[in-house]
Ligand binder design. Structure first.
Ligand code: NAD
Length: 277
């Protein structure tokens, strides 16, 4: 069985290795490649051309990451409900000549949240970053019981559009854009989630200052490279409870592995390979 990850600058992504380690543990032959548009082999190819190459090359499916998650929705014959609702695809199945787009980032964050006992209070949550991953986080928070979700993005239109998208999908939820991450906006929060790239090794810094948070507030970061971001370290220094991005990364990969291979992945084992990688 063959699969691949499509994205830009994905040389360090752990997704291929997590898939390969799980296949090896299950004892079947699995070829999972990187189709990286930062490399000479792919940099002159468009997303439709790369998808054509994958499909005609007999791949069972592909994962899609930055910057193609939104554009991928336009290339599908069918979308799962979550992918349609979020307007983003991170897993594509090739079946009987058809392309079916899914979004496993949603189930990835939701599963990580469910498995985090320190994050049971989610009534009021602020989400920073309204991009592709932020959308999956927002929907997962609402479906997990968040009642009031406040979205901030340095691009106000992105925060507004996401708030409207989620309100439309879940009309009972109170979801609104906030204009600044001020102390007065953050003081009543049960939790804050960073879904911006700030904190990545390539984009150091913090999108939110934990000094503005109340002592009972938890902090989650979906960035996982590095795992202990500056934001999480600063939050821990203030003794706030934290959740790193590894859970979302592993659970989204486990769900994608299941979709592509038809075999159930053992999330615990994938966590071990993630720790080891
Ligand atoms: P994206 O580029 O689609 O969206 C990022 C959003 O953050 C943009 O809307 C941007 O305007 C906003 N932003 C950037 N800096 C900001 C700041 N300082 N303050 C407020 N808003 C800011 O990216 P994405 O695909 O949503 O991914 C975001 C990050 O999430 C990635 O860097 C990646 O590390 C991480 N991610 C993790 C997982 C996981 O499984 N753990 C999955 C997907 C993405």
């Amino acid at each position: 069985m063959k699969a691949a990850l499509i994205g830009y600058g994905i040389a360090k992504s752990l997704t291929p290795e997590m898939h390969l380690a799980e296949a090896q543990a299950q004892g079947f032959v699995y070829d999972y490649q990187r189709f990286d548009t930062a490399t000479a082999e792919f940099n002159s190819m468009t997303l439709p051309q790369i998808l054509d190459k994958a499909q005609s090359g007999g791949l069972a499916g592909v994962n899609v990451t930055y910057p193609f998650k939104r554009a991928a929705t336009e290339q599908m014959d069918e979308l799962s409900d979550t992918a349609r609702l979020l307007g983003a695809v991170n897993t594509v199945l090739f079946k009987d000549g058809q392309r079916i787009g899914h979004n496993t980032d949603y189930v990835g964050f939701r599963s990580a949240l469910r498995g985090a006992p320190a994050m049971t209070l989610i009534q009021n949550v602020s989400l920073v970053g309204a991009g592709g991953a932020g959308g999956a986080v927002a929907l997962a928070l609402i479906d997990q019981g968040c009642e009031n979700l406040f979205i901030f993005d340095q691009r106000p239109s992105a925060a507004q559009e996401l708030a409207e998208r989620i309100r439309c999908a879940r009309p009972r939820a109170m979801v609104r854009r906030i204009e600044a991450l001020s102390q007065s906006e953050l003081v009543g929060m049960n939790g804050v989630v960073n879904a911006t790239p700030m904190g990545m090794a390539s984009q150091p810094g913090m999108a939110v200052d934990p000094a503005m948070l109340n002592p009972a507030c938890w902090v989650a970061d979906i960035v996982y490279f590095p795992r202990q971001t500056a934001l999480l370290q600063a939050a821990q220094a203030r003794r706030l409870r934290t959740l790193d991005g590894s859970g979302m990364a592993v659970f989204q990969a486990a769900a994608a592995f299941h979709l592509i291979t038809g075999r159930v992945a053992l999330a615990r084992r994938m966590f071990n390979s993630f720790d080891w990688l």
